[in-house]
Design a binder for this molecule. Structure first.
Ligand code: NAP
Length: 316
C-alpha cells in the first residue's frame, strides 16, 4: 500500500491549545489537519462557566467557548479527523503518526493532547464508574443527582468548582479532603467552604466506594488521618476531582518527559522539543499554570514556531 501524502502540519488534540494552534496555522495558509481524540474540545467542555478567559466579562460556557474556537479554526480551512494516536516515529523528516493501522505523515507536528482526570484507585471506584454513581464531571452528570447527597474528593480548584456546581442539584455536598484547608484559590475556597449545602470533611482520605454488590453507589467510606476512625458518608454520587494525568504516553519513547509525565520542552522554549519541527502545547506540557488562556498561548507559540520552521525548511 502506498504512503499517504505528507501534511504540512498535524495538530494532535482539540482543546484550547490545539484549536488555537489550528487557527494560527490555518490563517498562515498551512492547511492544518487536526486529529480529534476521545474528548473533542478537551477539558473545557466538561466545565461550566469560565469566568477568567479574557474578553468575556460576563463569563462564557466552556462548551460554547470550544465551539467558537472550532468554528474559527474551520473558517480558515482547518480539517478535522478522528484518530487516536497510539505511537509515533520521528526518525525521518516526514514524521510518522500511527492510529492503529492508519499512518499519518507530517512535516511539522503540534502535540496538544491535554491531561486526563486522575482516579484514587480505591475499591469500588472502578466498578461503579460511569452510570453507576462515580464520575469525574459534575457538569456532565450533576443533574442526575437532584435532591440527593453526593461527595467530591479533592482540595484544589477543580474540587471547589465541582462542589459549587453540584449545589445546584444535590441536597448536600460533602467535600472530602485529606488536609484541613483547601489548596484551591482563595476566592474558590471561600465560596465553597461558606456555601450552606457544602459540608467539608477535613483530614479524611477515601477508603472505599460502597454499593458494588447493588451496582450503584450507596456510600463513601473515609478514614480520618489523625484518629484512624472510619465513617461512611451516605451518598448516591461520587465526584473525583484530584487532578490530572498528562496524555503523553504514545510519545514517551521519543520525547523527553518530566517526573510527572509532562512533556519537557528544550531549555529556553515552552513549546520546542528535541525533535525539530515537533512542538508541544497546553496541559500535556504544563503542570504549573494549566489554564485555558495559557494553553491557548502555548498553542499560538507552537503554531508560530511550526510556521517559521516550515518556511525555513521548505526546500526539503
Ligand atoms: P490540584 O490543584 O492538583 O488538586 C488536586 C487535589 O486532589 C489536591 O487537593 C490533592 O490533595 C488532592 N488529591 C490528590 N491525589 C489524591 C488522592 N489520591 N486522594 C485524595 N486526594 C487527592 O488539581 P485541580 O484542582 O484539578 O487543579 C489543577 C490546576 O487547574 C490548578 O492549577 C488549578 O488552579 C487549575 N484550575 C483552575 C480553575 C479555575 O480557575 N476556574 C478550575 C479548575 C482548575 P493535596 O492538597 O493534599 O495535594
Amino acid at each position: 500500500m502506498s504512503n499517504p501524502s505528507v501534511e504540512n502540519v498535524v495538530i494532535v488534540g482539540t482543546g484550547c491549545a490545539g484549536l488555537t494552534a489550528a487557527i494560527y496555522t490555518a490563517r498562515a495558509n498551512l492547511n492544518p489537519l487536526v486529529l480529534e481524540g476521545p474528548l473533542p474540545g478537551g477539558q473545557l467542555t466538561t466545565t461550566s462557566e469560565v469566568e477568567n478567559f479574557p474578553g468575556f466579562p460576563a463569563g462564557v460556557d466552556g462548551f460554547q467557548l470550544m465551539q467558537n474556537l472550532r468554528e474559527q479554526a474551520t473558517k480558515f480551512g482547518t480539517r478535522f479527523e478522528q484518530a487516536l494516536i497510539d505511537r509515533v516515529d520521528f526518525t525521518s523528516s516526514s514524521r510518522k503518526l500511527y492510529a492503529g493501522d492508519r499512518l499519518i505523515l507530517a512535516r511539522a507536528v503540534i502535540i496538544a493532547t491535554g491531561a486526563s482526570p486522575r482516579m484514587t484507585g480505591i475499591p469500588g471506584e472502578k466498578e461503579l464508574y460511569g452510570g453507576k454513581g462515580v464520575t469525574t464531571c459534575a457538569t456532565c452528570d450533576g443533574a442526575f443527582y437532584r435532591k440527593m447527597d453526593v461527595a467530591v474528593i479533592g482540595g484544589g480548584d477543580s474540587a471547589a468548582e465541582e462542589a459549587l456546581f453540584l449545589t445546584r442539584f444535590a441536597s448536600k455536598v460533602y467535600l472530602v479532603h485529606r488536609r484541613d484547608t483547601l489548596r484551591a484559590s482563595k476566592i474558590m475556597a471561600d465560596r465553597a467552604t461558606s456555601h450552606p449545602k457544602i459540608q467539608p470533611v477535613w483530614n479524611s482520605v477515601p477508603v472505599a466506594v460502597e454499593g458494588v454488590a447493588q451496582g450503584a453507589v450507596s456510600g463513601l467510606r473515609v478514614r480520618h488521618v489523625q484518629t484512624g476512625t472510619e465513617t461512611v458518608l451516605p451518598i448516591k454520587g461520587l465526584f473525583v476531582a484530584i487532578g490530572h494525568q498528562p496524555n503523553t504516553g504514545p510519545f514517551a519513547a521519543v520525547l523527553d518527559l518530566d517526573e510527572g509525565g509532562y512533556f519537557k520542552p528544550i531549555a529556553g522554549s515552552q513549546v520546542k522539543t528535541k525533535v525539530p519541527g515537533v512542538y508541544v502545547a497546553g496541559d500535556c506540557a504544563d503542570h504549573v499554570y494549566r489554564q485555558a488562556i495559557t494553553a491557548a498561548g502555548m498553542g499560538c507559540q507552537a503554531a508560530i514556531e511550526a510556521e517559521r520552521w516550515l518556511a525555513e525548511h521548505s526546500h526539503e
